[in-house]
Write a protein that binds this ligand. Structure first.
Ligand SMILES: *Cc1c(COP(=O)(O)O)cnc(C)c1O
Length: 432
């Protein structure tokens, strides 16, 4: 440490040289992708069945899951695919879905559109997904579906969750929107539950721009989910149950299909994914090692039996007691001054959002929720801890080009540790 070193927040030179943004996602298209998009423009810009790029994307996606699911159906968003999944799994008035207290809201919000209710259970501090003990405690006599979200790429404790589901005769929906390529004990996520949904929105590791894909091995789930979002050709050609297929002209009233352009983008992203995943893993392993001696950070825990797949952000926890009690907001301010792309993760606990918190279902005024508190039990202690302490850092993807940047990030964290006293004084100064 040179005596001249000062926090950038207090006028010193920033530790990170490269200008923002540091996470550039999605990556630009290559020539092959652009020429396929151009070709599609002059052949077919609306695919009513599952031919061409739609069918190819679905087939490639099933192969990506090692053939662990029988059916794949594309939708125009992950949220649409989740709506179809909840419908297909039997959510309706009087049905409760148990899900994690801290996740992206759309994992559970479509339940309300079907007049179902959501019961929130605490997360496991290690996986950051649904905690099996909290899940068990949250079950009601109306529970029919368990939703697991493999949050930020880390698979949930599937053995324990599937045991609970089996014991109580419940269906399991996996939201894999953060977890393309993640594996639990060697098996791809998305192949454990009765249905799974992967968002393909632009921020996700495999991106269509806007899009989502539902996978299942249950033909009834496939048929009902297809009919919810696909009328005419697709339903006529793929719905297996004859009685359900009678609805092929109308479906069940909604049209939620993907455009061929999005399917082309997604298929190229899927093909590029394995190399990008490998690069992310190298970058984030290196980052984790470099952060090892930063005592005020709790590095991201990844269990030995999981593969983190897409990762979806690098989110260590802040330990304020190791930095003189400086609030997270001041730490973030100081890190940003050092040139870092950092923030608090964007999604709050679901119980703080009006759709979840209010006693009535606002889509159907006068329909009270069935006496379920927003968070079952005393409160979602671990969800609250992660919500209040996590830092959101870039998912570095360029290896080895990002090495220098990653090293500077780690240096910025260490620099702040060396200037703890100055930061404590800054945080305490009411005139700042
Ligand atoms: C992105 C996301 C969704 C919603 O997907 P869209 O494609 O944006 O509609 C749902 N759940 C999770 C966990 C997500 O990250």
């Amino acid at each position: 440490m040179t005596s001249a070193e000062q926090l950038a927040l207090l006028g010193g030179a920033p530790a990170i040289e490269q200008p923002l943004p540091h996470e550039i996602w999605p990556p630009p298209a290559d020539e092959a992708e652009l020429s396929e998009l151009a070709g599609q423009r002059n052949t077919d810009i609306s695919i009513k069945g599952n031919s061409g790029p739609i069918g190819r994307l679905e087939a490639d996606f099933l192969a990506f899951l090692d053939g662990g699911a029988r059916f794949a159906v594309t939708f125009n968003s992950g949220t649409s695919a989740l709506l179809a999944a909840y419908f297909a799994l039997g959510v309706r008035e009087g049905v409760d879905v148990v899900g994690p207290a801290l996740t992206y809201h759309a994992a559970l919000s479509p339940v309300f559109a079907l007049r179902g209710d959501v019961v929130l259970a605490d997360i496991d501090p290690d996986t950051r997904g649904l905690d099996p003990t909290a899940l068990q405690a949250a079950l009601t006599e109306r529970t029919k579906v368990i939703t697991v979200v493999h949050q930020w790429g880390h698979p949930c404790d599937m053995d324990a969750i599937l045991r609970i589901a089996e014991r109580h005769g419940l269906r399991v929906l996996e939201d894999c929107s953060h977890a393309h390529g993640s594996r639990y004990k060697g098996r791809p996520v998305g192949t454990f539950g009765d249905a799974a949904v992967f968002s393909l929105q632009a921020n996700k590791a495999v991106y269509a721009g806007e899009g989502g894909i539902l996978v299942t091995s249950d033909s009834q789930v496939h048929d009902r989910a297809t009919l919810l979002g696909h009328y005419r050709d697709r339903s006529r050609d793929t719905v297996l149950d004859e009685d359900l297929r009678a609805h092929w002209v109308t479906g069940f009233g909604l049209k939620l299909r993907m455009s061929p352009f999005n399917a082309i983008v997604a298929r190229h992203a899927l093909a590029a994914f394995p190399a990008r995943k490998e690069a992310r893993h190298r970058c984030l392993r290196h980052f984790g090692e470099r952060l090892g001696d930063v005592t005020y950070l709790e590095p991201v825990h990844t269990a030995d039996h999981v593969d983190m797949g897409a990762w979806y952000g690098y989110k260590p926890l802040y330990r304020p007691q190791a930095l003189g009690g400086v609030p997270r907001s001041v730490l973030i301010e100081a890190l940003r001054a050092e040139g870092m792309e950092v923030g608090a993760p964007s999604g709050p606990r679901l119980s703080t959002l009006p759709l979840y918190a209010r006693p009535d279902n606002p889509l159907f005024p006068g329909t009270p929720k069935k006496g379920v508190t927003p968070e079952t039990g005393s409160h979602a202690e671990h969800a609250e801890h992660v919500e209040q302490h996590a830092l959101s850092l870039p998912t570095f993807t360029n290896w080895p080009e990002d090495t220098k940047l990653i090293d500077q990030y780690a240096e910025a964290f260490r620099k702040i540790g060396r200037h703890r006293e100055a930061l404590v004084r800054y945080a305490a100064d009411p005139s700042r």
